[in-house]
Design a protein around this ligand. Structure first.
Ligand code: GAR
Length: 198
């Protein structure tokens, strides 16, 4: 049975775009919704151009009331009946109560080689630590931030002249290569982790 995928974004949506474009032909999943928490997310236009339904649940009117924000998010998501949720640059932290609706079926891409550098500023932190390699990770979302079983990683070598900006620019294409591969395996029920090296 074809798995229904909703993709949550907050910004440019380049990962969303590669995921949507990958779900064709004999792919075991199809995109059913792209949802943003910011009305001006560039990814919304990209999703519309790809003929994927879009929704916005703006977090700002809810202020600090995460319960009310998530209730609205849930209402909108449930209308699309997704089996799998892909977080793709979605910059809101979700509660364990929210996650339980798609327990084990919510994926996230994070721009570091987890378990290193959970949270923000991953590229600058990898450079500051003097790391020789860096990359990105797709994992199952669990209540701990940027934790949960790792489904795939893509690595590159940090160059002596790398800055946080150059590293971000070199990691992003790795994300685009990794996330669709992981989603395809995950949707097919194949537990083999994906490893990509540059
Ligand atoms: C990506 O680099 C993604 O890994 C990162 O945000 C960017 C979104 O870009 N996600 C996180 O930092 C999540 N903590 P995109 O909107 O072009 O896909």
């Amino acid at each position: 049975m074809t798995r229904r995928v909703a993709i949550l974004i907050s910004g440019g949506g380049s990962n969303m775009e590669t995921l949507v474009k990958s779900m064709t032909g004999d792919h075991p999943a199809r995109p059913v919704l792209v949802l943003s928490n910011t009305p001006d997310a560039g990814g919304l236009a990209k999703a519309r151009a790809l003929h994927v339904p879009t929704s916005v649940v703006d977090h700002r009117p809810f202020g600090k009331d995460r319960v009310a924000f998530e209730a609205e998010l849930l209402k909108v998501l449930k209308t699309a009946k997704p089996d799998i949720i892909c977080l793709a640059g979605f910059m809101r932290i979700l509660s364990p109560e929210f996650m339980q609706h798609w327990s084990g079926q919510m994926l996230n891409i994070h721009p570091s080689l987890l378990p290193k550098y959970k949270g923000l500023h991953t590229h600058a932190r990898a450079i500051a630590a003097g790391d020789s390699e860096h990359g990105c990770t797709v994992h199952v979302v669990t209540p701990e931030l940027d934790d949960g079983p790792i489904l795939g990683q893509a690595k590159l070598r940090i160059q002596p002249d790398d800055t946080a900006q150059t590293l971000a620019a070199r990691v992003l294409p790795l994300e685009h290569a990794l996330y669709p591969k992981v989603l395809r395996r995950f949707a097919a029920g194949d537990p083999t982790p994906v490893t990509l090296e540059q």
